[in-house]
Design a protein around this ligand. Structure first.
Ligand code: FSX
Ligand code: SF4
Ligand code: F3S
Length: 371
């Protein structure tokens, strides 16, 4: 048997997945990362030829919900395939080894795969008092991050904690919690905020790296544009109510039952960049606003300090300093602009659906290949 590492496809085959599963997976991923239907073949080609990518996944000051979000993805194939195909060599919550053995795995990856491994970080880094507030195997989180980042191919900061500091970084921030990008430099870094981030977004970012061997296009805050270029407000299904000036005034009023806009209940959708209103959660079942609660801006920096959560914003960027919810129903041009934005993102998702349909079609004509 050759020592050559298995490609993603070979590895899937060895685990009993069919060719059809593989194509379906590539189609799903192509849809998430927003490539056109012609892009599916690129993803297929890449995953047929690329070997597994060594990965180290760190946990610092966090609640582990980012991992939970990912492994409990309602597309079991996504987490299953990705966890198999990123070679998760070190992760404190999922790895089999413990103690010295676990730390040896980490050292082995850093030594044997210099410049090739992907570093995933969940949690903020406490920098106060020489980093004593989070230590693993006798080392502080800050030292671990700096050491591992030095030879990483790229770093992904999962969730609000690693991207922005989250609740640990909120005032008075007793541990001096900092996001990853504040403690390392000189290595490509992607922020994937959200508390936690959406599983499909996490999967999309990993597949982008796996398939195209480069980081996705990022915005000024190092967030992948595919998922963070629109405000929740731009794609929210309650948006027509907002434009018409129809608001919930208390959580138990008639307007709440009618599903009116939650802006006056403190919704942060107008200042929050995330894909929740489009991709949603639990296999597209719902998202906070659809469940009757305003967005609390969990993907934004300082969201804990930007409260109180249940008090509406006095104004927000893009709508004019003086614009308030009471006047907004008459600002017609805005609705058009938002409509265009919403269209752009929903087109991507629709495109995804079309891609899936195409795959279904070709599935019918393709003989099952279960080698
Ligand atoms: Fe943070 Fe991850 Fe919030 Fe938790 O572990 S982003 S606390 S939901 O999820 O790091
Ligand atoms: Fe949706 Fe909130 Fe915007 Fe209202 S304010 S349209 S509930 S995102
Ligand atoms: Fe977070 Fe707002 Fe989405 S609270 S989960 S960004 S709707």
């Amino acid at each position: 048997m050759s020592d050559k590492p298995l490609t993603v496809y070979e590895d899937m085959k060895s685990k009993g997945y069919s060719r059809r599963d593989f194509i379906k997976f590539c189609g799903m991923m192509a849809a998430f990362i927003g490539v056109a239907s012609t892009g599916v073949s690129k993803v297929v080609k890449a995953l047929e030829s690329k070997s597994r990518m060594p990965v180290v996944w760190f946990h610092f000051q966090e609640c582990t919900c980012c991992s939970e979000s990912f492994i409990r993805s309602s597309h079991p194939m996504v987490a299953d395939i990705l966890l198999d195909n990123i070679s998760l060599d070190y992760t404190q919550t999922l790895q089999a080894p413990a103690g010295y053995q676990a730390e040896k795995s980490l050292q082995d990856v850093m030594k044997n795969f210099k410049g090739q491994y992907l570093m995933l970080v969940e949690g903020s880094i406490p920098t106060g008092d020489d980093g004593v507030y989070c230590c693993i195997a006798g080392k502080s989180a800050i030292d671990i991050v700096k050491e591992a980042a030095k030879d990483a191919k790229a770093v992904i900061a999962w969730g609000n904690c690693a991207s922005h500091g989250c609740v640990q970084g909120a005032k008075p921030n007793p541990t001096g919690a900092q996001p990853v990008h504040k403690v390392i430099s000189g290595v490509p870094l992607i922020n994937v905020p959200g508390c936690p981030p959406i599983a499909e977004v996490m999967a999309g970012v990993i597949v982008h790296l796996l398939a195209f061997d480069r980081i996705p296009q990022l915005d000024g805050l190092k967030r992948p544009k595919e998922f963070y270029s629109r405000r929740v407000h731009d794609t929210c299904y309650r948006r027509p109510n907002y434009d018409a000036g129809l608001f919930v005034q208390t959580f138990d009023d008639e307007n709440a039952k009618r599903g009116y806009c939650l802006y006056k209940m403190g919704c942060r959708g107008p200042v929050t960049y995330n894909a929740c209103a489009v991709i949603k959660w639990n296999n597209g079942v719902s998202y906070p606003i659809q469940s009757g609660h305003g967005c609390i801006g969990c993907s934004e920096a300082n969201f804990w300090d930007n409260g109180p959560f249940y008090q509406h914003l006095a104004s927000f960027p893009g709508f004019g300093i003086e614009t308030t919810a009471d006047k907004i129903g008459v600002v017609a041009g805005i609705a058009t602009a938002a409509g265009i934005a919403a269209h752009a993102i929903t087109t991507n998702i629709r495109k995804g659906k079309e891609i899936k349909e195409e795959i279904k079609e070709s599935d019918h004509s393709q003989k099952e290949d279960n080698v």
